[in-house]
Design a binder for this molecule. Structure first.
Ligand code: 1BN
Ligand code: ZN
Length: 343
């Protein structure tokens, strides 16, 4: 045992001085935070672990509240324009190269909109990249609300929309302080949530959801853009959230799902990140996976017991009252652990 500890110390020093690679030797198999298991009676190479900065849940919560205070960010509204401006300016302040991609899209009600995807690139010259994404728009009607007069109201879109942006803004703030080894692109998608409701009175429209990400997938912001993989966040701030391994994510990017869920488990967030496949959801990752060659996963809150998304989904009750810093922290710290350990 003494020998084992001494050898670990020497190996640790060697790893620090050598920089990148270490050779671990210990008697018990030991999981790394990225989910791989290392260590046995034989020596096997292992990447040096990088401890990421601390994801600050108070800061992330404040970013969610900034959006909630703007009001529903429905396309064409002042709040929507204010949100684009706030995200662009803040991401630039954090050192990113920011592009606002404009594209005309048509919704199920035959209206045309100028979709505005906000894309922030950190270390744009780095060829090895990962993208992180969320949608920032709010649904223009709360069609799931049980009160009939609420169904036509604009949705607050706080867990559904603002929470993902709030986690990504806090990750951006951390990247400004310490760069990961990979280049990171943060993409805030527009017009995810204008999908056709039931009994809309309009002819059925296929692919009516996720119009901003569909536009981006067909018109990359940089010609030949590529990322090793993508992580989409949707509804990542709710109380008692559970994140199952979503089916489309497993199909297109199973190795990324394993990496993220194992990382969460090793960080102690296994109570939120459930080691079980469940569901298949229409979300931005579906179109990115279908239309590009970038494998992309969705971290999305689903309540298996109720067979539904969180209880205020597309209802007037999707407000700050239901945002939980514990959930923001679990998701944000897990994603940071993953990206800071990529090359
Ligand atoms: C996710 C959040 N989505 C909308 N708000 C996508 C979705 C579309 C989920 C249809 C379920 C059905
Ligand atoms: Zn929605």
């Amino acid at each position: 045992m003494k020998n084992s500890i001494a050898s670990k110390i020497i190996i640790g020093l060697l790893a620090v001085s050598a920089g990148v690679w270490a050779v671990q030797s210990c008697s018990d198999p030991k999981p790394d935070p990225d989910g791989t298991t290392t260590g046995s009676t034989t020596s096997i190479p292992s990447k040096a672990h990088v401890t990421p900065p601390d994801f600050n849940a108070d800061s992330s919560y404040a970013y969610v509240k900034v959006q909630a205070d703007m009001g529903p960010r429905v396309p064409g509204s002042k709040a929507h324009a204010a949100c684009v401006k706030w995200m662009s300016e803040t991401l630039k302040k954090y050192g990113a190269e920011v592009v606002v991609q404009d594209g005309v899209v048509t919704t199920f009600d035959q209206k045309k909109w100028n979709a505005r995807n906000v894309i922030a690139s950190f270390n744009p010259e780095n060829k090895s990249r990962i993208f992180l994404a969320a949608h920032f728009d709010s649904r223009p009607f709360c069609d799931n609300d049980t009160v009939p007069s609420n169904k036509s109201k604009l949705c607050p879109g706080v867990n559904d929309g603002a929470s993902g942006v709030g986690v990504l803004m806090e990750i951006a703030r951390n990247i400004a302080a310490k760069n990961p080894k990979v280049g990171i692109d943060i993409i805030m998608f527009d017009l995810e949530d204008y999908g056709q409701p039931e009994n809309s009175g309009f002819p059925p429209m296929e692919n009516s959801w996720c119009l901003g990400s569909q536009y981006w997938s067909k018109n990359m912001h940089k010609p030949g853009y590529f990322a090793n993989y993508g992580i989409l966040l949707d509804m990542v701030g709710g109380k008692n959230a559970t994140f199952y391994k979503e089916g489309t994510s497993i199909f297109f990017a199973g190795n990324v799902v394993e990496k993220v869920w194992n990382t969460a488990a090793n960080l102690g967030y296994g109570n939120l990140f459930i080691q079980e496949p469940y569901g298949e959801f229409t979300d931005d990752h579906l179109y990115i996976n279908r239309l590009t060659n970038i494998p992309t996963i969705d971290i999305i809150n689903y309540d298996k017991e109720r067979s539904a998304f969180f209880s205020h989904h597309h209802k007037t009750g999707d407000t700050m009252d239901n945002i939980d810093k514990t959930t923001l922290k679990a998701v944000g710290q897990t994603v940071m652990e993953v990206i800071y350990n990529e090359e």
